[in-house]
Design a protein around this ligand. Structure first.
Ligand SMILES: NC(=O)c1ccc[n+]([C@@H]2O[C@H](COP(=O)([O-])OP(=O)(O)OC[C@H]3O[C@@H](n4cnc5c(N)ncnc54)[C@H](OP(=O)(O)O)[C@@H]3O)[C@@H](O)[C@H]2O)c1
Length: 334
């Protein structure tokens, strides 16, 4: 397994991380036994970074990871680094009611997460979205107190813009910013990525397959169940979907030329954007995980990168990456 370090102060982790969200929520039905087998297979393959959120299935995802860790081999368990997002306020019908980054809330969220995960510490802890009602210094300051007390190892951030990164990094060492970054979501390149680099903050990139859209496995006629995020995502609707899948067809030609799959090419492209970037892949099954790990063996040279850029130019995606109601929560889009 290749490794990368998250920023100048963060942990050294596998060059690919496993995002467990889809094992509990947002992408339709998931198979529990297969989910746990996938986490075990990832650990066995040397993946050491596992990402979750306490609101993924309202605790379900953390309990699942806790079970997978308990039943994994001791060596693998010892190497696992768990990244947890908190702060999202949910309701019993699955609705979203905002974010809570008040210091007392941060500590309350952490207490529950530690219990569900069955661990004595969280490796990287971050609020999922900036709480506009609480200065970021207070939120990251509360996490720093958890670091001081030994409950958390590193402070991260998620989907914040350059100004917020600067403010937070001025008061606390920040290991990494978790943010969407893929061939079709390149918004961070202009300001956020250079700022993170200047501050020594790593990137954990999510949505590298744009939630399956650019994985090469997404079928135009796929029926999405109730509660599947993709049913509400602008990129998966009507003409947008058609245009985006046309980009995937162009990418497939480049991938075939390299004897790789579309998903591997999309992941390898993110890996090639810098040693400070660790892609999180949302594999929910062992076969998908195996495919994703194959990206680590695909080295893209300048000609490959140029061919990919031609197939999927920056800004080519049709549709915003979130529905309007969720775009408003993204400090990174201001
Ligand atoms: N900070 C944030 O705001 C934020 C937001 C979203 C996600 N995340 C984190 O990032 C992780 C990854 O995000 P994501 O799940 O949206 O990313 P993704 O990797 O872009 O998409 C995952 C989906 O792609 C499909 N897929 C097809 N081939 C695949 C392959 N070879 N490997 C993996 N997936 C393949 C799967 O769908 P099927 O199983 O349906 O085929 C899977 O559900 C999440 O699990 C979560 O931990 C963070």
């Amino acid at each position: 397994m290749q490794h990368r370090t998250l920023g100048t102060t963060g942990p050294r982790v596998s060059a690919l991380g496993l995002g467990a969200m889809g094992m509990s929520a947002l992408y339709g039905e998931a198979d529990r036994a297969e989910s746990i087998a996938t986490i075990h297979a990832a650990l066995d393959a040397g993946v050491t970074l596992i990402d979750t959120g306490d609101f993924y299935g309202m605790g379900h995802n953390e309990l699942l990871i806790g079970e997978a860790l308990r039943t994994a081999g001791e060596a693998a368990r010892a190497k696992a680094r768990i990244s947890v997002k908190f702060g999202a306020l949910r309701d019993p019908d699955g609705g979203w009611s905002g974010y809570d980054g008040r210091p007392a809330a941060v500590k309350n969220f952490a207490a529950y997460s530690l219990q569900r995960l069955g661990t004595d510490h969280i490796d990287v802890y971050r609020i999922a979205r900036l709480d506009p009602g609480v200065p970021v210094e207070e939120t990251v300051g509360a996490i720093a107190e958890l670091v001081e007390a030994g409950h958390v190892r590193h402070v991260g951030l998620s989907e914040v813009g350059a100004d917020t990164l600067r403010r937070a990094a001025a008061v606390v060492p920040i290991s990494d910013l978790q943010i969407e970054y893929s061939l079709i979501s390149r918004g961070i390149e202009e300001q956020i990525l250079p700022t993170a680099r200047e501050l020594g903050i790593g990137i954990t990139a999510y949505g590298v397959l744009s939630r399956g859209l650019i994985s090469g496995h997404f079928d135009r006629d796929r029926q999405l169940g109730a509660g599947d995020f993709r049913g509400m995502s602008p990129r998966f609707q009507g003409e947008n979907l058609q245009r985006n899948l046309d980009l995937v067809d162009a990418l497939r030609k480049v991938a075939e030329g390299r004897g790789a799959s579309v998903a591997q090419t999309a992941i390898a492209w993110v890996l090639a954007q810098g040693e400070d970037i660790v892609p999180l892949v949302g594999a929910r099954r062992r076969d998908r995980l195996t495919e994703a790990l194959g990206a680590l063996d695909l080295t893209l040279d300048a000609a490959d990168l140029a061919a990919i850029e031609e197939a999927v130019p920056a800004g080519a995606a049709s549709g915003a990456r979130y529905p309007d109601s969720q775009m408003t929560h993204l400090d990174s889009e201001r």
